[in-house]
Design a protein around this ligand. Structure first.
Ligand SMILES: NC(=O)c1ccc[n+]([C@@H]2O[C@H](COP(=O)([O-])OP(=O)(O)OC[C@H]3O[C@@H](n4cnc5c(N)ncnc54)[C@H](O)[C@@H]3O)[C@@H](O)[C@H]2O)c1
Length: 353
């Protein structure tokens, strides 16, 4: 029996509804597998915690989390009481940067039983590997002067180490999928960092002769995500480009409530963190109608990363069986509750024994 210690941080709002739901599914999956078990340790770190203690997590929070195999997070955010930059930088960014989670992986796939807002979705199934720790989202720059003389400078930082790491990971993933990597570039407009990005891409693609590769400018790529998403397999993108592409990815799937994500430390020196794309959804929190699929699919990604893709595949099939049977939360135009969707997924999973 392989036992895993998982730190669970439900966070705020619907995080407290979808994380327990996903844990129930992962427990059922572990039972089905028979050779793995989880020990979940719950941490109440959140905006509520901040309001009581003046910090999103204790000062030694990272030291505590360091000893876990993985981190399973819901969402943080209570925008009416705590400014978003505090919740984001006080917890999420601290964990992502502190644990060198330099890759953010987000799939977008047309699930069986779901309607995409696209007229012709053509069964798209793609994966965006986004550089998660540098690029356009750097802290290098500043503002000077006043009035009409004001100047703002924001520097983008691209290191060879992190650029090549993201690209290699994309090629590795594509080798086990449909064998195509698309690089999101903009070297026709950005004259230093993007030609560098293209050069590194050309170098890394030589290491993977059996994987096809192409480059596309981000503006065209964003349009193609809407017009012909079925053409893509794995896309590797900088921090900003990946951020934008994955929002389109979530939108064409049908609801932000089903979109999963993983923040990976691929060296496995530190735990990785698995969190859905959506936030704490204060507008529906406490109503019991949050879609748990984003969190459950995120759990599937955690199992994949831990080396159990066969059981992850069964989870996604059980999700699709549930959607196909019409059991959906209101964001997918259904009438089911979080609990009803979760129960149905577990039932379908058990049938696969
Ligand atoms: N990773 C994170 O922790 C994370 C990510 C995004 C936003 N946030 C935070 O969450 C708070 C709310 O942000 P927001 O409203 O911009 O984004 P949001 O994702 O919380 O909500 C956007 C819309 O999508 C709906 N929605 C989201 N998840 C859903 C689900 N699982 N089921 C059904 N409907 C769902 C919401 O009801 C809302 O109408 C903010 O404080 C923001 O900073 C946190």
């Amino acid at each position: 029996m392989n036992k895993y210690e998982i730190a669970s941080i439900p966070g705020d709002g619907i995080g407290n509804e979808v994380v327990p739901a996903a844990i129930r599914v992962l427990e059922a999956a572990a039972e089905l597998h028979g050779g793995i078990s989880f020990n979940w340790v719950n941490f109440p770190w959140s905006c509520e915690y901040y309001l009581k203690h003046g910090e999103m997590m204790p000062e030694d929070g990272l030291n505590v989390l360091r000893n876990f195999d993985q981190i399973f997070l819901g969402a943080v955010g209570m925008p009416e009481l705590v400014p978003d930059h505090i919740s984001l930088w006080g917890l999420l960014i601290k964990i992502r940067r502190g644990f060198e989670q330099s890759l953010n992986v987000r799939p977008a796939k047309l699930l069986r039983g779901l309607e995409s807002p696209l007229k012709e979705p053509n069964n798209f199934d793609l994966l965006v590997v986004r550089q998660n720790s540098e690029g356009e989202y750097s802290e290098v720059g500043g503002r000077v002067h006043q009035g009409e003389d004001q100047i703002a400078i924001q520097n983008a930082v691209f290191t060879y180490k992190e650029t090549s790491r993201a690209m290699r990971y994309a090629f590795e993933l594509a080798g086990n999928r449909n064998g195509l990597v698309t690089s999101a570039t903009k070297s026709n407009g950005i004259t230093h960092s993007m030609p560098f990005w293209d050069d590194v891409f050309k170098e890394i693609q030589k290491e993977y002769p059996s994987v096809k590769s192409e480059s596309a400018h981000i503006d065209a790529l964003a349009a193609f995500f809407v017009l012909r998403p079925q053409m893509y397999d794995v896309i590797v993108a900088s921090n900003l480009f990946g951020d934008i592409l994955t929002d389109i990815g979530g939108a064409i799937m049908g609801s932000i409530g089903i979109a999963p994500a993983a923040n990976l430390n691929i060296d496995r020196k530190f735990p990785s963190m698995f969190e859905p794309v959506h936030g704490s959804a204060p507008d529906i929190a406490g109503k019991g109608i949050a879609n748990p699929i984003g969190q459950i699919w995120t759990g599937k990604m955690m199992l994949d990363f831990m080396g159990y893709p066969e059981i992850g595949k069964l989870i996604l099939e059980a999700v699709e069986d549930t959607l196909e049977s019409g059991i959906k939360t209101p964001d997918l135009k259904g009438r089911a509750t979080t609990e009803e969707v979760t129960n149905s997924i577990i039932d379908h999973l058990k049938k696969k024994a």
